[in-house]
Design a protein around this ligand. Structure first.
Ligand SMILES: CC(C)(COP(=O)(O)OP(=O)(O)OC[C@H]1O[C@@H](n2cnc3c(N)ncnc32)[C@H](O)[C@@H]1OP(=O)(O)O)[C@@H](O)C(=O)NCCC(=O)NCCS
Length: 162
């Protein structure tokens, strides 16, 4: 798993998640933000197999409705653009991207990690500790979604030489 520029993730993201849109229209808010962090699982020859990206964004749901142990105004981190090549699915790549995002939030002070999950991907997120919040809705041209979240404790990364 490698941290990569967002631009490296766009072709796979477009092909898997937004094939009905023109490439230029599949842009997401924050793609050009230097604070947005993206990851890719790469083949030995550099082929992009799986991607995901993370940026700072407050959740659209009320934090007070969540677990009472979540602080009232937590740092919000939104996970988007999770996609694995169809021929490489179910071998752990999506989970590895997700873990890289969780580790990044932990190393950056922790906070509320959330996403708008496609229903088909709900099990993937549940296995990583995410919970549903609110009702399922239909995203036009894409399908049913549910908001999901998990708390990530602050866990500063240890210096490499320790
Ligand atoms: C979701 C996705 C990124 C998972 O990638 P992956 O590399 O297969 O992930 P892993 O191998 O770590 O985990 C596989 C899990 O993904 C989920 N999954 C399986 N098929 C799926 C599908 N067609 N669509 C979405 N999720 C799926 C299942 O929970 C599966 O676990 P299981 O094999 O125990 O049932 C990949 O299936 C994908 O690109 N799907 C289409 C795009 C999408 O739905 N992206 C997520 C948007 S929220």
């Amino acid at each position: 798993m490698e941290q990569v520029p967002v631009s490296r993730t766009l072709a796979l993201r477009h092909a898997v998640l937004r094939p009905h849109q023109r490439f230029a229209d599949a842009a997401m808010a924050g793609d050009d933000d230097p604070a947005t962090v993206a990851w890719a699982a790469l083949d030995a020859d550099g082929t992009v197999l799986a991607v995901g990206r993370l940026h700072r964004e407050a959740p659209p749901f009320a934090v007070a409705d969540l677990d009472p142990s979540v602080p009232p105004d937590p740092p919000g981190w939104r996970l988007r653009g999770m996609a694995t090549r169809p021929d490489r699915r179910r071998s752990g790549l999506g989970s590895a991207v997700l873990q890289a995002a969780i580790d990044h939030v932990a190393a950056s002070g922790g906070g509320l990690l959330w996403c708008n999950a496609r229903l088909a991907a709900r099990t993937l997120y549940r296995r990583a500790g995410f919970r549903d919040v609110g009702a399922v809705w239909e995203e036009p041209m894409i399908g049913p979604h549910v908001a999901m979240w998990r708390w990530v404790e602050c866990q500063p990364a240890l210096p490499a030489d320790r």
